[in-house]
Design a binder for this molecule. Sequence first.
Ligand code: CAO
Length: 538
Amino acid sequence: MSQAIEVKVPDIGDFKDIPVIEVFVKVGDTVKAEDPLISLESDKATMDVPAPVGGVVKELRVKVGDLLSEGSLIMLFAGSGGTGVAAAPAEAAKPSVTAPPSPVSAPGGTAEVRIPDIGDFKDIPIIEIFVKVGDTVKAEDPLLSLESDKATMDVPAPLGGTVQQILVKLGDTVSEGTAIMVLGTGAASGAPTVAASVASAAAPAPAAAGAAAAPGPSSGIDEAAFALAYAGPAVRKLARELGVDLGKVTGTGQHGRIVSDDVQSFAKGGGRAPAPTSAAPGASKSAGAGGGGGLDLLPWPKVDFAKFGPVERKDQSRIKKISAANLHRNWVVIPHVTTHDEADITDLEAFRVQMNKELEKSGVKVSMLPFMIKAAVNTLKKFPEFNASLDGDQLVLKNYWHIGFAADTPNGLVVPVIRDADRKTIPEITKEMGELAKLARDGKLKPDQMQGGSFTISSLGGIGGIYFTPIINAPEVAIMGVCKSYWKQHSSDGKTSSWRLTLPLSLSWDHRVIDGAAAARFNVHFANLLADMRRLMF
Ligand code: CAO
């Protein structure tokens, strides 16, 4: 016959009098070993206390709001193991700890830092370790970076402390729960006593191409929002099981914490994460039959190319893989239309050459692109729906003018952003562009240098071509593509003509937001500005 087991709060370091914020079980419930029983939350961390062994809950000794410390009795438990031994459950179970969103340091002790919930990603290689033994880190400081073929994720410190041990090395592959470091977390950091497994919310960093981080491989869940949601490990697990996108759930717990009831109500209300749209070529099923939602494509042709001649295989670069996923999504989701036009830049080119002579000593060499950025800002002010993003049925009109520019790098395409281009002079934009383009080529652009763009210019002017169809950099709604200027004979009356330096323009726009007439007007205004920059003053 089984005997009652006292389940007590295990060793939780220096945490004392911590309020119970959630009780996951009730009397009569059958639980398995490691199932979460209660959740505690201090101002420093949230801890789920798991069942030390499987069994049936006989008596609950705590309720929400009670203050507990190590050794406090939580519940009486009829163990299912049949040994009759009141094992020392408190020793067996380690709480799993999630740092709350506020960047705070933990009290004394040490904590083992584990890879947090990173969605469906598994066996992800470590591409960078930002700290070394002895370093002091604050909560949220990045500890290391992981890179899957879908996204790059920085794993931040869940709490402040000193790095005592690094348990992994570059190239190691890790998954959720892998122990990566031991942090000394305060005065008592010399003594490695607490082995709380610390699982913080990772913030997957949008890695490239100026677009949002790629979603997880198959869940249809916004992994970045999921990782950042304010919820403990048990609630995260429940959300995974129910397919709920935590980022969309409103927390009703203390400080907006998401509790299991929130997840359950969300799921009951039909709030499952939407099924993922296929990013793989031709991988979609025939959802089209259900009402036109899917692409209903033929399977992607599988060809043994070696049958036809020698071949080599080469992995796509990280940036290429990320931009491919983003470009594919943008192309498939956004109804693109491209309107072509041309600008007479004869006078502007003469002015640019003149200015470069004058600026020679300063080392600044201005290309055509900064003028286009200024012209774009002015045009966007006149046509605000181009400086916008769609959010459901609403258009978000931006009162800032952050202009992205596509930069070609040895590893692929990235889109650095010139923030507040409206407030910068042409030489300032030139300088910043040069710095950002260099960082891009060296692979050193930081995510925030590629974020926040409200409109993008893609210039192939230094290379060639006449017209092309740039793909919109979602969630923006338009992109200006320009190619190489060339001399072309123009006539304004059909009788006389002159040779003019002509810049080909290709404006792609989202037809859900913009109409053809507006796009044509946008191009005309933009071209008129380039033809005579004095118009910027009007
Ligand atoms: N017509 C004619 N010449 C042009 C021109 C144009 N529209 N635009 C630039 N040039 C000239 C420049 O004046 C410069 O000439 P000099 O060397 O004689 O001074 C030369 O071409 C090289 O310019 P640049 O490319 O270094 O400078 P930029 O400011 O025009 O562009 C950058 C900077 C980073 C945008 C560019 O280097 C780049 O990466 N472009 C590619 C963008 C891209 O790949 N887009 C495609 C996206 S879709 O896949």
